[in-house]
Write a protein that binds this ligand. Structure first.
Ligand code: SAM
Length: 321
């Protein structure tokens, strides 16, 4: 694609996000979403002035210099100063390559401190992100609208305690605690992300109690709570599409229903927010993964900045058990 053609695509993409640039509650979002914005294999995310470019194909890699030049040329229309540009290689590599080193971003422009990271705001929740290391940065930008919708529900829900399964950096909990939910427990199979969840609590002025950050397999923790008779009013169930650990292979389509039947034991008569992140699972399939007695109260896909030409990939619903 010629450089000027890409620059005009980027300008259009930025214009489409004009409202987000003016949103005082959020300063991180997707600026360019692959095919949806006209160039398959490229995403550009905006993190409070820091720009993360990710390429998923050799074709986009060959255009990278022009892409970076276009970003700098268009950045005056970002309505805020461009602080840095980072580039991450997201091409699929077969075999047992060291993905962590492959995924390490290169800082190609401006000032970015790997040590400090960046603090961003989504729906008025602060999150510390790492734009250099790993596949994900610490915040799921595509969940912004779903979290936003929950702000109307939380204050009238009567929920006293929530369990955030597959919690990642704890942002569903932080956001819920900020929106009148009194207590949250986080469960994740990564000690690193639980530590980052604690950092996000502190950033938002929330007290950190180690008992609210549980390391381990979510399904094992459901069993433990069920055995102890410990219950919650609300559960977030957002597993990775195919999570693996030594003990189990979790396949969304196969295991979802069974897992939710187990989950309902520790949320009797409560609410559950469930999510499936996969193009290959249709809305009808997503709904059919839920127990028959659950009622769908609210539903959402990925946020609108993830402009998509085809079907949405994210299916997230709030259910009454
Ligand atoms: C899709 S992310 C969750 C994102 C989170 N809901 C959010 O919006 O920020 C999935 C998380 O599940 C964790 N995970 C994977 N397998 C797990 C398991 N068996 N039990 C608990 N956590 C697991 C991963 O470490 C990762 O943090």
């Amino acid at each position: 694609m010629p450089a000027d053609k890409f620059e005009s695509l980027l300008k259009i993409a930025v214009e489409k996000r004009a409202l987000l640039f003016g949103d005082s509650r959020t300063d991180c979002f997707r600026l360019f979403n692959g095919d949806g914005d006209g160039l398959d294999g490229l995403t550009i995310d905006y993190y409070a002035g820091h720009i993360l470019v990710q390429y998923f194909s050799d074709a986009v890699l060959s255009m990278l210099d022009n892409i970076i030049k276009s970003i700098t040329a268009v950045s005056s229309s970002f309505h805020s100063a461009q602080k840095s540009v980072l580039v991450k290689d997201r091409r699929v590599i077969a075999g047992s390559a060291d993905r962590n080193s492959l995924w390490k971003s290169r800082i190609v422009d401006g000032d970015y401190s790997e040590e400090r990271g960046v603090v961003v705001r989504q729906n008025n929740t602060l999150a510390k992100v790492d734009l250099v290391n790993g596949q994900n940065t610490g915040i799921f930008l595509d969940m912004r609208e779903i979290r936003g919708k929950l702000e109307e529900f939380y204050p009238v829900s009567g929920i006293k305690s929530m369990i955030n399964l597959f919690s990642y950096t704890g942002l569903f909990s932080v956001h819920a605690l900020q929106n009148s939910i009194p207590h949250a427990v986080n469960v994740d199979l990564s000690k690193g992300v639980l530590k980052r969840a604690g950092i996000n609590y502190k950033l938002n002025g929330l007290a950190v109690d180690d008992r609210d950050f549980l390391y381990g397999d979510s399904m094992e923790w459901i069993k433990i709570f069920a055995k102890k008779g410990e219950v919650f009013n609300f559960g977030v169930f957002d597993p990775p599409t195919f999570a693996r650990n030594r003990k189990r292979n979790f396949s969304v389509k196969k295991d979802y229903y069974d897992s939710l039947k187990k989950l309902e034991k520790i949320i009797p008569g409560g609410y559950a927010l469930t999510s499936i992140n996969s193009y290959s699972v249709s809305l009808a399939e997503y709904q059919s993964c839920h127990p028959e007695n659950w009622e769908l109260l609210m539903f959402g896909n990925e946020s609108a900045d993830f402009i998509n030409r085809g079907n949405p990939y994210l299916k997230t619903g709030l259910w009454k058990i």
